[in-house]
Design a protein around this ligand. Structure first.
Ligand SMILES: *Cc1c(COP(=O)(O)O)cnc(C)c1O
Length: 360
């Protein structure tokens, strides 16, 4: 089978060896006579795998002991509601960094539940840049400061993170989790959907400092209550079993390939190949501030939209999928997540050069 070169933004590419592991174990997990997706989530088979998965996550991201780690359903999007429901207290504000589609959606949901202060608003620069992390200071009466570490659609990524002192820092890391080491101790909460860098869609990872729970609003319904999930390790209700199993296999793959540090090396190497191609040409153009270029989602433009359409169509014929920019912003985007092989990036760079030669 000839595999496509998969630049989709999410769900996205997984390593062939992980897909093969899933295939090989789908019907009979480790000779147990049943599949992981048929086993009770209150039983040995699942729970053993789940505990290993959580331990691996902790190890690979160097998560300190005073943090809970678990998975929920509902996607990253459910967290846009759960975070303010739990932590935006009456008579306070929540600071949001309005950096692009994903942070903005989170901010809009928070506005329905309490008072939001936009510490930074990227509207004027069309969300092509970010604030200087060392200058970010939360409001005096802030319940938390919220940011999105990598704007998947806009293609910008925080390179450092602010120190917010006593004000909890909360980060959506859906699209760059485990693509680099992260100073977890700066954050009170890190979360994200797994379907970009960590496995099949379904699960949302939650990494939360236990002390954040002391700042919760009272009277929450069961599923909305992080304390409930902390007690039950995310197993209050049926977890997305298949997705979590896929994450476990992805984490093992990340470990075999050098962990967060190894993924960072790969990300730097792969993204440079495309950015160098863009910078070395007067045909392709990057619309984002070079200081904050994402190493996961590389957005770029051509001189006009017809050429962009032609680019996507010819790339597709050449087995390269997912290069169309998000429908809300247009242009082109190559997502180069952890699992994407370097050869595929090299092939894309070559295709870009050939396309420029023919059309530039
Ligand atoms: C994809 C994405 C989301 C939305 O994730 P869902 O799991 O579809 O809810 C949120 N934030 C970021 C940064 C994303 O990339």
């Amino acid at each position: 089978m000839e595999r496509k070169k998969n630049f989709f933004a999410g769900p996205s590419v997984m390593p062939v060896e992980v897909l093969e592991q899933i295939r090989d174990q789908m019907v009979d997990f480790n000779g147990q006579g049943l599949s992981m997706v048929e086993a009770s989530h209150r039983g040995g088979l699942f729970e053993e795998m789940y505990d290993e998965c959580l331990d691996l996550f902790k190890e690979l991201l160097h998560i300190p002991d005073d943090y809970d780690i678990y998975f929920l359903g509902g996607g990253a999007t459910l967290q846009f509601t759960m975070i303010p429901t739990n932590f935006l207290r009456p008579n306070t504000v929540a600071d949001y960094i309005k950096s692009g589609t994903w942070a903005n959606k989170a901010g809009e949901d928070a506005e329905k539940l309490g008072k939001v202060n936009y510490y930074y608003d990227g509207t004027d620069n069309k969300f092509s840049s970010l604030p200087d992390a060392s200058k970010v200071k939360p409001s005096a009466n802030s319940s938390y400061l919220y940011l999105c570490s990598n704007e998947t659609i806009g293609g910008i990524e925080w390179q450092d993170f602010p120190d917010t002192g006593d004000v909890p820092l909360i980060g959506d890391m859906s699209s760059d989790i485990l693509s680099r080491p992260v100073p977890v101790e700066k954050f009170s909460m890190i979360y994200g959907g797994v379907q970009k860098n960590l496995g099949p869609a379904g699960a949302t990872f939650i990494i939360m400092k236990k002390s954040l729970l002391e700042k919760q609003n009272p009277n929450l319904t069961a599923y909305m209550d992080y304390k409930r999930h902390s007690k039950d390790k995310g197993l209050y209700n049926t977890p997305p079993v298949f997705s979590i199993w896929g994450v476990k296999l992805m984490l093992e793959w990340i470990k075999r390939n050098g962990g967060a540090e190894g993924m960072q090396k790969r990300a730097v190497e792969k993204s440079s190949i495309i950015y160098d191609t863009i910078d070395g040409s007067s045909f392709f153009r990057s619309p984002v501030d070079p200081k904050f270029r994402s190493k996961m989602n590389i957005v770029f433009r051509l001189p006009n939209e017809d050429l962009e359409k032609q680019f996507v169509s010819e790339a597709t014929k050449n087995g390269m999928l997912g290069l169309k920019g998000h429908r809300s912003v247009g242009g082109l985007r190559a997502s180069v997540y952890n699992a994407l092989p370097k050869e595929d990036v090299v092939a894309l760079a070559q295709f870009m050069k050939d396309f420029e030669r023919k059309n530039g």
